[in-house]
Design a protein around this ligand. Structure first.
Ligand SMILES: Cc1cc2nc3c(=O)[nH]c(=O)nc-3n(C[C@H](O)[C@H](O)[C@H](O)COP(=O)(O)O)c2cc1C
Length: 189
C-alpha cells in the first residue's frame, strides 16, 4: 500500500514584484510533483501580503486577532513539510520571510524543511540558507541537511521560465528525499 502523499508547501520567500523565486519555485514544484510522493501547494509570500508582525500576543500563545494571521496559520497548518525557495539579500535571507516565520509558532513544530536558495552571484545564496537554519530550528522546524543553491539566477530566469543548470535537479531530488524521510519518521509521543 502506498503511504499518504506528503503535503508539501513550496514557498517563494521573496515579495519583490519581479522576484526570480516565482519561476524557480514553479520549476521546483514540478520536480516535487514527479514521482507522486508529494501533494504540492505553491505559496507566494507576495500574495500572502503579511504586514510587519502586528499581533499583540506572542505567536506561541496561538492567540491570533487578525484575519491575515489566521489565514497564514491555516495555510501553514495544512502542510506536512516545506520547501523554501529563498534569495540572498546582502548576505542574508529576506526580511519578509523572517517576518512570515515570526507570525506563527505551533504550525511549524516538527515539520521538515528543505532549502533551495538562489542569488545573482556565485554563492547561490548558500550563506542565506546557512543563516536560516538556526532560525528554523528555533521555531521547531527540522531543516534537511542537504540543500540546493542556484548561482547566477539572473541568467537562468527568462521569459520562458527557469532554465535549470546541470545537476540542480539531482541536488533538489536529494533535498526532497531527505524531506520525505523526515516527514515519514516515527514521531515519539
Ligand atoms: C536587496 C538586494 C540585495 C542583494 N544582495 C545580493 C548579495 O548579497 N549577493 C548576491 O549574489 N546577490 C544579491 N542580490 C541579487 C539577488 O540575489 C537577485 O537579484 C535575486 O533575483 C533576488 O531575489 P528576488 O528576485 O526574489 O528578489 C541582491 C538583490 C537585492 C534586491
Amino acid at each position: 500500500m502506498n503511504p499518504h502523499p506528503i503535503r508539501l508547501h513550496v514557498i517563494s520567500a521573496s515579495v519583490r514584484p519581479t522576484s526570480a523565486a516565482r519561476p524557480l519555485a514553479r520549476w521546483a514544484a514540478d520536480r516535487a510533483r514527479e514521482g507522486g510522493r508529494f501533494e504540492v501547494t505553491p505559496v507566494d509570500l507576495a500574495e500572502i501580503a503579511l504586514p510587519f508582525l502586528d499581533e499583540p500576543a506572542y505567536a506561541s500563545t496561538g492567540v491570533y486577532t487578525h484575519p491575515h494571521t489566521r489565514a497564514w496559520s491555516a495555510l501553514a497548518d495544512s502542510a506536512d513539510a516545506f520547501l523554501f525557495v529563498l534569495p540572498m539579500y546582502n548576505g542574508g535571507f529576506t526580511a519578509p520571510f523572517k517576518n512570515a516565520i515570526d507570525f506563527l509558532h505551533r504550525e511549524w513544530q516538527g515539520k521538515p524543511a528543505g532549502l533551495l536558495s538562489y542569488s545573482a552571484g556565485g554563492s547561490g545564496g548558500a550563506p542565506a540558507a546557512l543563516m536560516l537554519r538556526p532560525v528554523l530550528e528555533a521555531v521547531g522546524m527540522v531543516p534537511a541537511e542537504a540543500s540546493a543553491a542556484v548561482p547566477g539566477i539572473t541568467e537562468l530566469v527568462t521569459a520562458d521560465g527557469f532554465r535549470a543548470p546541470e545537476g540542480l535537479a539531482d541536488r533538489l531530488a536529494a533535498v526532497l528525499e531527505e524531506v520525505t524521510t523526515l516527514a515519514r519518521r516515527p514521531v515519539s509521543a
